[in-house]
Design a protein around this ligand. Structure first.
Ligand SMILES: Nc1ncnc2c1ncn2[C@@H]1O[C@H](COP(=O)(O)OP(=O)(O)OP(=O)(O)O)[C@@H](O)[C@H]1O
Ligand SMILES: [Mg+2]
Length: 484
């Protein structure tokens, strides 16, 4: 397990010919500024001419064992960030640390990271068992290659859980230096052991792989792999499916196999890129709960990408909200809901999204709109001093509006749409004197409402948000002060 630290990361792609250039942030330059050069990672390529920074200045620290969710609209750079961590894309600038290792220059297989892709990416001609075992064989092979150079130092381990694979014939190496014959025999035995271990066993494994499981030859390495596959299959309840091909599985089962393949490798970090997007609502909810439970059991640092905010709110211990290649806010789910840093986060977190109305400030704490006037709680006085006579955006969530009586502080609206969901009713309304001001309202299910009906709505005064008109930043007041 390990923490992941992302430090001032940039990623540019050169825009392809004929393709419209996407400028992620209107007022920002397309590439990192010259004075930011010092911050670019050593040896990283400079942004290509005419390139587009799809990620800018990403700083994010994911703690050891944490479940971090990356959320944001399509195209904001979530998958790109994940692929950079996995080593599938090259950094334009910045540094990425996994544990205490700077991984900028490390190839994916040496990063000890397992990635679950949205598309499952199972091998269609392999059974579930083989799909899960495949990654383990590759890992142990890779590790054997890596450790073979260090065998002179006596290191023969080929990974946790696979140490039983140590070849028995290599014991022939431990022979007295004085005994020349013995030494030669030992050498020959060691070589034979190497050949047997490298080729003979693998050959036998390959030759007997298609036989019924009980007749197969299993090398110590294969036995260790089998144990690991069975352990993971039990964990994910896919044991009965081990002999099936992917085409014989449902979407949810395929998803669990893809997860199993990642888990079996016992990596330091899991990266999951929208792994549930192909599932129906019920399976999605089930698998979501299963992933959270598994992550808690395993304690593996996890970075999970989604654009579904329900998934983000229910799964993440913290959420990083991204927009247009930048991180907008990193916080615990309820903190994002209650204290969004800016208008983008306020609108993105919460469903239906927050409503916004242009208002004017009259010190010390009066807010006016062409249709209503509100006196805010005292807690706002200090922050509103600087905004006297200026315009702001007032934000109010659909659940913080309620049907009320005519009053100067209330809004007169006309109902355009009624969605009765059983447990609640959602209304789409417009301000009576400003038809272009559309708002969403969430009301209890027992209040019948008709399309075209005129209503008066009151705003929950302690749940109001105010945003700077120019920067979109939230004006902060402590909620504890509001409730006094
Ligand atoms: N290889 C590439 N070459 C050029 N542009 C790319 C490349 N890969 C991604 N992009 C661009 O980078 C931006 C971010 O893409 P990315 O796939 O990271 O978005 P995302 O947040 O994962 O979106 P989605 O939710 O739709 O999966 C997009 O504008 C995309 O077009
Ligand atoms: Mg993506």
């Amino acid at each position: 397990m390990a923490q992941v630290v992302i430090e001032n990361v940039y990623k540019s792609f050169s825009s392809r010919q004929g393709e419209k250039t996407v400028v992620p942030i209107a007022a920002e330059p397309l590439v990192a500024k010259a004075d930011e050069g010092a911050l670019l990672a050593e040896g990283s390529p400079s942004p290509p001419a005419g390139g587009v920074n799809v990620l800018r200045n990403i700083d994010l620290e994911i703690k050891d064992g944490e479940f971090m969710v990356l959320v944001g609209p399509s195209g904001c750079g979530k998958s790109t960030l994940l692929r950079l961590i996995a080593g599938l894309e090259e950094l334009t600038g910045g540094k990425i640390w996994v544990g205490d290792r700077l991984v900028n220059e490390l190839p994916p297989k040496e990063r000890d990271i397992a990635m679950v892709f949205q598309s499952y990416a199972l091998y269609p001609h392999m059974t579930v068992y083989e799909n899960i075992a495949f990654g383990l064989r590759r890992t142990s092979q890779g590790e054997r290659e890596r450790t073979s150079t260090s065998s002179a130092t006596g290191r023969e381990d080929v990974g946790a859980g696979l140490s039983a694979a140590k070849p028995t014939l290599e014991r022939g190496r431990v022979i007295s230096k004085d005994d020349r014959l013995g030494q030669a025999t030992g050498l020959m035995l060691a070589m034979a052991g190497k050949i047997w271990d490298g080729v003979g066993r693998d050959l036998l494994v390959a030759m007997t792989r298609s036989l019924p499981r009980k007749l197969r030859y299993l090398s110590p390495k294969e036995k260790a792999i089998q144990e690991q596959v069975l352990r993971v299959a039990r964990l994910l309840q896919i044991e009965p499916l081990l002999n099936r091909l992917p085409k014989q599985l449902s979407g949810g089962q395929k998803q669990r196999v893809a997860l199993g393949r990642a888990i079996a490798r016992n990596p330091q970090v899991f990266l999951m890129d929208e792994p549930l997007s192909n599932l129906d609502a019920k399976l999605r909810a089930e698998t979501r709960a299963q992933i959270v439970k598994l992550q808690r059991q395993l304690g593996t640092t996890t970075i999970y990408v989604t654009h579904d905010q329900t998934e983000a709110m229910t799964m993440g211990s913290r959420i990083a909200v991204m927009n247009a290649g930048q991180i907008q806010q990193v916080d615990a789910p309820l903190e994002l809901y209650n204290h969004p840093a800016n208008r983008f986060v306020a609108e993105f977190i919460g469903s239906p999204p927050m409503n916004f109305l242009p208002v004017r400030v009259k010190a010390p704490r009066l807010i006016t709109h062409q249709e209503f006037r509100l006196t805010l709680p005292e807690a706002w006085e200090e922050v509103l001093q600087n905004y006297d006579g200026r315009s702001l955006f007032l934000g109010i969530r659909p659940e913080h509006l309620s049907i009320s009586l005519p009053a100067p502080k209330n809004l007169s609206v006309e109902v355009d749409l009624v969605e009765a969901l059983g447990n609640e009713t959602l209304l789409s309304v417009h301000l009576t004197d400003a038809p272009s001001s559309i708002m969403q309202v969430r009301i209890p299910p027992d209040r019948p409402v008709e399309i075209g009906e005129r209503l008066w709505l009151s705003l929950a005064i302690n749940k109001i948000h105010l945003f700077d008109e120019q920067t979109g930043r939230s004006l902060r007041v402590r909620s504890s002060e509001l409730s006094r």
